[in-house]
Design a protein. Sequence first.
Length: 475
Amino acid sequence: MNILDLPTKIHDESRQGEAYAPVAQETALFSKKFYIESYGCQMNFSDSEIVAAILHQEGFGATKQFEEASLILLNTCSIREKAEQTIRKRLTEFRKTKEKKPELLIGILGCMAERLKAKLLEEEKLVDIVVGPDAYRSLPALIAEAETGQKAVNVLLSREETYADIAPIRLDSNGVTAFVSIMRGCNNMCSFCVVPFTRGRERSRNADSIVAEVEDLFRRGYREVTLLGQNVDSYHWLNEADNTSVNFAQLLEKVALVNPLLRVRFSTSHPKDITDDVLYIMAKYKNICQYIHLPIQSGNSRILQLMNRTYSREWYLAKVDRIKEIMPDCSISTDIITGFCTETEAEHQDTLSAMEYAQYDYAYMFFYSERPGTLAAKRFTDNVPEAVKKRRLQEIINLQNELSKKSYMNDVGKSFEVLIEGESKKDNLYWKGRNPQNKMLVFPKKQFNYKPGDYVNVLVHDATQATLLGEIIPA
Ligand code: 5AD
Ligand code: SF4
């Protein structure tokens, strides 16, 4: 298994650059068409749904064929250099289309737009429109400006914008699972990370608007929501009307109470912020999935300090113990960066031993990529040679493959409640869906009359590294 085969949750590499599929009858209503590709984290995919809603109001319908669009948008990611390279290549391709069709507008959204600001427009002439993550409401005005041949840029970051009142358009959905954004930005300043600079200060969305969006999704047949934020555990919304506040544990409970048939997930947790209150709420409600994505980044305390993660190895591993104590069946996944500035061989071994200790079910593994403007770029030298970074990454991947295999094999003989998400891509006689621990199961439909959105109990009889294979247990 290589990095791209992993069941990626946060940076879903398999979805990188995916375009939206329009709902057929809706597209027919619109004279103008836009095409959007999303890269990077789930937050970007969720933001593209907000952008789609803003454009719908302006009379733009989505298309999956960029050739028929008058507006092409790329919602971009800056987290690693490679992400930016992929996007630049894509922009160059679209530029060629524009040479043949000069009226076509090309826009760049998201983190790369924020990081490079007008550079892609002025110096490199790759795009017509540049819009940062907090400026999507100004898209219609920017399109109008670009149509008259002017430069259209808005990269202002906001301390308030949460798009709380915009109902996202779920154009590319399976109709069962949806993302709901609960906060924006990040205040953490991990030294390797560009996100605080591209997405701005942290702010929490109105809890009532979150619950209303979730209720609406449930009414429309959705059966799983994932609450999204860079650091969900620091969610804190102050209701100025009555001076009360809602923290993440309270929000989680409100969402769980929408309906017991609605599954609730969330991502991402920062180990320093996830509280016992959150763990107890997770344990209390059966419909909150027992799965936590808990990025460790490194298993060595000196490196963690350089990364400004604000916890030590021991503190992190004690958090893992606490999770397992309160929820023995809870699965845990993580993010790991290898080859951070000055990382020694012994410190790398600490990461491997921490992985063994935590027994992760999955991990998303990267080698360090220096990002301009970050604290690490300013303070430290990126001095681990690329070959060493890659070798360490491979060792980490090899170990995680073993841990994942063990975790999946350990489920053989067990039964799980599975929410059917759709047909298996490989064989339409099979359903696919996930268990609460976020593992994908594939099982034959047989004579039963189930449909996507139904819950079934599945007995696991076999496992590959990333999928459990089973049979429906008749109700
Ligand atoms: N280099 C490599 N990986 C990074 N991540 C964030 N910034 C960098 C970087 N500069 C990883 C972290 C984070 C995940 C989303 O991406 O592991 O948790
Ligand atoms: Fe980046 Fe750290 Fe914020 Fe995550 S918590 S977005 S890694 S600064």
